[in-house]
Write a protein that binds this ligand. Sequence first.
Ligand code: PSU
Ligand code: MN
Length: 304
Amino acid sequence: MIDIRYSAEVAKARESGRPLVALESTIITHGMPHPQNVEVAAQVEQDIRDAGAVPATIAVIEGRLHVGLEPRELQALGTAQHVAKLSRADMAACLATGGTGATTVAATMIAARYAGIEVFATGGIGGVHKGAETSFDISADLHELAQTPVTVVAAGAKAILDLAKTLEVLETLGVPVIAYGQDAFPAFWSARSSHRAPLRMNDAVSIARAHAMRGALGLPGGQLVANPIPLADEIAAAELGPIIAEAQADADTHRIAGKAVTPYLLQRIFERTEGRSLTANIALVRNNARLGAGIAQELVNLKT
Ligand code: PSU
Ligand code: MN
């Protein structure tokens, strides 16, 4: 019933059992400005190939679920105006009505699981927004991590969020949060937040084993691997704090709500840092892609 299209590269990888890493498309359409978005998306795919795995960028195009995009499809998606942002609530409706949309972390996890892909790399997951006690703005990404068995590699949750509350919700939902190679939970553009991650692992094989063990236990959800941005590329948390606060105040003044909040904040921070937030964002996504490829490879090794 689902019209699913694999790119030529992904179809071949599925036949030969090569490691696959899913990539989201909302980061392309809503997370980064044009034309860097298209360049970065292609670069991240190449990083995955260079690390020995196969990239599968996911999107819905004219009612078809694409797992792996051909270069021209990626270019078209990244250049189009007003592409829908698809989360868990929107996927089925978009597919059923022949729509086009970019998948968030939640929707990408749904598609990845459907296509049998167990690892997914992105920038930062959505989480609990600042002021959520009154706005109730909590990303569907957290609930997806609780129910869909995909290991998501991200640089923690975006620092525009309330990280303490995000970690509390992840704990409540039973989502393993694994910091990679350090004790601290990373803060997206900064390598360390002031919060300690509940778990720490130092190599891809441990993460792959934990993923497989959750499956063996019959646990439904995934894992969040919190991979810090390389220190050389980070923006110090102390410098970003006031910029994030200003962006949040602007969002409140303009009554930005719902799906528009995250793209609005990212754009404001991009302007206020004169593009440095984007440079850091690119570095951390690429870093996550490489680790994702390593975990995917180890998962294949475990099965053979
Ligand atoms: N990470 C980024 N840039 C982004 C996002 C994540 O570096 O644009 C997107 C992801 O698709 C994530 C979404 O799932 O933001 C979260 O949106 P919301 O807070 O509305 O759930
Ligand atoms: Mn939200």
